[in-house]
Ligand binder design. Structure first.
Ligand code: F6P
Length: 344
C-alpha cells in the first residue's frame, strides 16, 4: 500500500499527531509507505514530497503546526489541476490520498474522488464546524487558550470597571465563542448564528454597570454580525483564494458600546494565538485516533469516506455527507446556558 498524505487549509493543533498516527499504522501494521506532500496540493502539483516513516515522526506528537506545511492551493484552481494530480498518483504509484483539511479541502477531496482520485478525509479545524463529526481536533485546544485568556482579562477588567470585548475565531459558527465564554464566565457571547442587536447589548451592559462597580467580558466570534441596519459592519478583504479575511467586529462593537453607554471599553483579538502551540491531551488523543482510523480506511479501500467522531467512536461517513454544510451551534445549548447569563 502506498498512500499520499497532505495537510490543507489553515493549520490546527493536532495536525502532527494525525500525521504520526497515519504513518505508524501504515508502516507498522499495514506494511505500507506514506508519501507526504509539502504545502497541501501545491506539493502534489509541484512534485515536492518526502517519504514519511516512523523515525521522521518521532517527537512530533505534542508539536503545533504541521511538519508538511500547508496552503489553500486546491487542484480545481488550475485548468489541468486534476490531470496533474492523476499524473502524481501514477508517478508515485499511490493507492490514494489521506487529506487532512477543513470544509474547503474536504470538498475538493470529495470532488477528486468523483473525478477518479481516491481520497480519505480527516476533519480539521479549530472552528469545529464540520458536519457529520461531533468534534474536530484543534477545537479543544482553542477553547482552552480562549478561556485562559478570558480568566486573565477578568482581573484587569475588574481593576478598571471596564468592558472587555474578546474576539475569538469562528467564521461561520460560534462553537469556540460559546464554549470559551461559558468556561470563562463571560457576561455575554455573540455568535454568527444569532445576529445581535447592539441596542440590546448596550442596554444590558448599562443595567449591569448602573451604580455598581462591575467588569464585563463580551465574547464575540469573528463571524458574528449585527442585525441588519443596527450598526455599521466592518469591511472584509478577500484573499487570492476567495477567502474572506475576518477580524475587526470586536473593534466596531467596542466603539459602539463605549459611544452609547459611556463605559470604558477595550478590545482583545486572540487571533492566531488560538491555533498556535501544543495541542491539549484531548486533541492529541482525538488526532491520533483519526490518523490510525484513516490508515485503516485506506487499507480497507474505503475511499470517498471521512473519519468522524460519533458517540466516542471513530466511524466512517461519506465525504458527500460531511461536506457542503456547516455544523452550527445548537441554539438550545446557547439558550440554555449562554443566554441566561447575559449581563446578569
Ligand atoms: O477556518 C479556521 C480559521 O481558524 C477561521 O476561524 C479563521 O477565520 C481562519 O481560519 C483564518 O485563517 P488564516 O488567517 O490563516 O487565513
Amino acid at each position: 500500500m502506498r498512500i499520499g498524505m497532505l495537510t490543507s487549509g489553515g493549520d490546527c493543533p493536532g495536525l502532527n499527531a494525525v500525521i504520526r498516527g497515519v504513518v505508524r499504522k501504515v508502516e507498522r501494521v499495514h506494511g505500507g509507505t506514506v508519501v507526504g506532500f509539502r504545502d497541501a496540493w501545491k506539493g502534489v502539483l509541484e512534485d515536492e514530497w518526502e517519504v514519511l516513516d516512523v523515525n521522521r515522526c518521532r517527537g512530533i506528537l505534542p508539536r503545533g503546526g504541521t511538519i508538511l506545511g500547508t496552503s489553500r492551493v486546491q487542484p480545481y484552481q488550475f485548468p489541468d489541476g486534476v490531470e496533474m494530480v492523476k499524473a502524481a498518483v501514477a508517478q508515485h504509484r499511490l493507492d490514494g490520498f489521506v487529506v487532512i483539511g477543513g470544509d474547503g479541502s474536504l470538498g475538493a477531496a470529495r470532488d477528486l474522488q468523483d473525478d477518479g482520485v481516491n481520497c480519505i478525509g480527516v476533519p480539521k479545524t479549530i472552528d469545529n464546524d464540520i458536519a457529520a463529526t461531533e468534534m474536530t481536533f484543534g477545537f479543544d485546544t482553542a477553547v482552552h487558550i480562549c478561556s485562559t485568556a478570558i480568566d486573565r482579562l477578568h482581573t484587569t477588567a475588574e481593576a478598571h470597571d471596564r468592558v472587555m470585548v474578546v474576539e475569538v475565531m469562528g467564521r461561520d459558527a460560534g462553537h469556540i465563542a460559546v464554549r470559551a465564554g461559558l468556561a470563562g464566565g463571560a457576561t455575554m457571547t455573540l455568535i454568527p448564528e444569532v445576529p445581535f442587536d447592539i441596542g440590546e447589548v448596550c442596554d444590558a451592559l448599562q443595567r449591569r454597570h448602573a451604580g455598581m462597580s462591575y467588569a464585563s467580558i463580551v465574547v464575540v466570534a469573528e463571524g458574528a454580525t449585527p442585525a441588519p441596519g443596527t450598526m455599521p459592519e466592518p469591511e472584509y478583504e478577500v484573499d487570492r483564494f476567495g477567502h474572506r479575511r475576518l477580524g475587526g467586529i470586536s473593534q466596531r462593537l467596542a466603539e459602539e458600546i463605549e459611544g452609547r453607554t459611556g463605559i470604558e471599553t477595550r478590545v482583545t483579538i486572540l487571533g492566531h494565538v488560538q491555533r498556535g502551540g501544543t495541542p491539549t491531551a484531548f486533541d492529541r488523543v482525538l488526532a491520533t485516533r483519526y490518523g490510525v482510523a484513516a490508515a485503516d480506511a485506506a487499507a480497507d479501500g474505503a475511499w470517498g469516506q471521512m473519519v468522524a467522531l460519533q458517540a466516542d467512536h471513530i466511524v466512517r461517513v461519506p465525504l458527500h455527507e460531511a461536506t457542503g454544510s456547516t455544523k452550527q451551534v445548537d441554539l438550545d445549548l446557547y439558550d440554555e446556558v449562554a443566554r441566561p447569563f447575559f449581563a446578569s
